[in-house]
Write a protein of this length. Structure first.
Ligand SMILES: Nc1ncnc2c1ncn2[C@@H]1O[C@H](COP(=O)(O)OP(=O)(O)OP(=O)(O)O)[C@@H](O)[C@H]1O
Ligand SMILES: [Mg+2]
Length: 499
């Protein structure tokens, strides 16, 4: 039942109105002055209040103000004297819901209350609706946040580097893979660095041009192209780029690029090419070398015989000596090729790699050419045994040490580091020699590639090719890093589970 508070100082009016109200089905409380009206209001919280404007003590207007202050939703209907228009206006100004003038007819009272009830119902409905709306908005926000997080996660955890930029080039997104690829941290680039910096000079412009043209997947899209990036240390990094222009409401807002690191792929391709080249060369040359070896032995034998015969004829002897020397050189080369193409089975057994390296060093450290060289050994004593053919491995180490000595000349430092990690034993030979440019590093494992003067029978360009073949046969690999003028490091890795 709807509660009504009725405040009027005239008892007869109170009783009369009460009758009408109770007949209409309201629960009525009554007050004879303003103070009492407020008391009852506080206690019972009626939804509708009927207030006489003029009451002794606290006036109806004052009560209206107080109710509005604490319960603004209450329907407050003011009762004014007949013709007191100013008062009526004042009531409305203070946000009375309605006003009635005395004498009050039953019908008008019923009608006003019906309206008040309708208003209350409407307000309730509105409130509920607003509450629902708020919940809906809240839920939508949560959903939106979740979707946003999800997208963020995808971007952040992508194995490919993702970089987004605003129009103008400022970087806005830089995921973990991008950090790894380029060496910058997010906080160094987001909002601070231009995309131009991750390309070589002019590179960014070229990409944007290709992106806008329609020959690479349509305007606004660039599909998988090989480009070079520059990392924080200035290194060039080959990558595939796929990129797209980002639009916001039809306007170009920025662009995004996805970068796939190609270093590993290129390295594998190079290795594959090398081993194919080596194995076909091995097969071919082994055959030829065998064929050459026999007549060569004949030539040498007869040259030696002639040398004996003409040992007193100065001029002929000199010519013959040249024949012997050059033929000996050819025999060296042929022997090298035969070694390179060796098909004899390997004799592998578990060995301490430190010992094999030391045995190799033992052969050369006492030679004159080692005198000006400082030797530094950084051996991890805990390295497990590796299964190797010790003669062949010694040949590898020897080749590399001799190359290092050649590169350093009369002075320098040779550092040999031996360690193990992740199932591999690693042997590093670092020299402080003349080093080599990048384009040369690609060729040094090719058979017959040499920069050395080969009149002495040395420098056939087979040392590294043979070493490469031997290490590959041990299922290992051999790599080089070098800086011209600084030095070179050869790294040989051998698997611990060589079974
Ligand atoms: N440590 C090094 N520092 C600088 N350059 C090197 C080094 N090791 C190898 N090289 C370069 O690689 C080339 C090829 O080396 P490789 O051992 O295959 O042949 P080589 O030493 O020239 O001849 P060979 O070993 O047959 O006597 C060398 O001629 C040299 O130019
Ligand atoms: Mg060599």
């Amino acid at each position: 039942m709807t509660k009504i508070l009725l405040a009027d100082d005239e008892e007869s009016i109170r009783n009369l109105m009460r009758m009408t109200l109770e007949l209409d089905g309201y629960e009525v409380s009554m007050a004879e002055d303003g103070t009492r009206a407020l008391d009852i209001f506080e206690k019972e919280k009626p939804e509708i209040v009927l207030l006489d404007v003029k009451m002794p003590g606290m006036s109806g207007i004052e009560v209206l103000s107080r109710i509005r202050g604490t319960a603004p939703d209450t329907e407050v209907i003011m009762i004014t004297g007949h013709g007191d228009m100013d008062m009526a206006v004042e009531c409305l100004r203070r946000e009375a819901s309605n006003f009635l003038t005395k004498p009050i007819s039953e019908e008008l009272l019923s009608l006003s209350l019906k309206r008040a009830m309708e208003k209350i119902a409407l307000k309730k409905k509105l409130k509920k609706y607003t509450r629902n709306l708020e919940t809906l908005v809240r839920e939508a926000n949560v959903e939106l946040e979740r979707a946003y997080q999800f997208r963020e996660n995808i971007i952040e955890n992508s194995p490919d580097a993702i970089v987004c930029i605003r129009k103008g080039g400022e970087i806005t997104i830089f995921n973990s893979a991008a950090e790894k690829l380029l060496g910058y941290k997010k906080h160094e680039v987001v909002g601070k660095m231009s995309i131009v910096r991750i390309y070589p000079p002019g590179g960014a412009k070229k990409i944007m041009k290709a992106l806008r043209a329609d020959d690479f997947g349509g305007p606004g899209i660039l599909q998988k192209r090989e480009v070079t990036l520059i990392d924080k240390d200035g290194n060039e990094i080959p990558v595939y780029i796929s990129a797209a222009i980002l639009y916001e409401e039809g306007q170009e807002a920025g662009s995004m690029g996805i970068f796939t690191d190609l270093r590993e792929k290129l390295k594998l391709e190079k290795q594959l090419l090398r081993s194919e080249k080596l194995s076909s060369l091995g097969k071919l040359s082994a055959g030829i070398a065998h064929e050459i070896n026999q007549p060569l032995t004949g030539v040498l034998t007869f040259a030696h015989l002639l040398l004996k015969k003409f040992k007193n004829d100065e001029k002929t002897r000199k010519d013959l000596e040249i024949i012997v020397r050059e033929t000996t050189r050819i025999r060296g080369i042929v022997q090298g090729i035969l070694d390179f193409a060796r098909e004899t089975p390997m004799q592998k057994k578990p060995l301490r790699i430190q010992q094999v390296v030391d045995q190799t060093l033992e052969i050369i450290v006492h030679q004159q050419r080692f005198f000006g060289i400082e030797l530094v050994k950084l051996y991890d004593p805990s390295v497990p045994d590796v299964v190797i053919d010790s003669n062949l491995m010694k040949q590898v180490f020897m080749n590399i040490v001799l190359n290092a000595l050649d590169a350093m000349g009369s002075s320098g430092t040779l550092t040999i580091k031996i360690g193990a990690s992740n199932g591999w034993v690693e042997v590093d030979f670092s020299d402080t020699g003349k080093g080599m440019p990048e384009e040369m590093q690609d060729k040094i494992f090719d058979p017959f590639f040499t920069t050395k003067d080969s009149t002495e029978g040395m420098g056939m360009g087979l040392g590294l090719a043979i070493s490469y073949g031997i290490v590959k046969n041990h299922h290992g690999d051999i790599q080089v890093t070098s800086k011209p003028g600084k030095g070179t490091t050869f790294t040989i890795r051998l698997p611990l589970d060589a079974a």
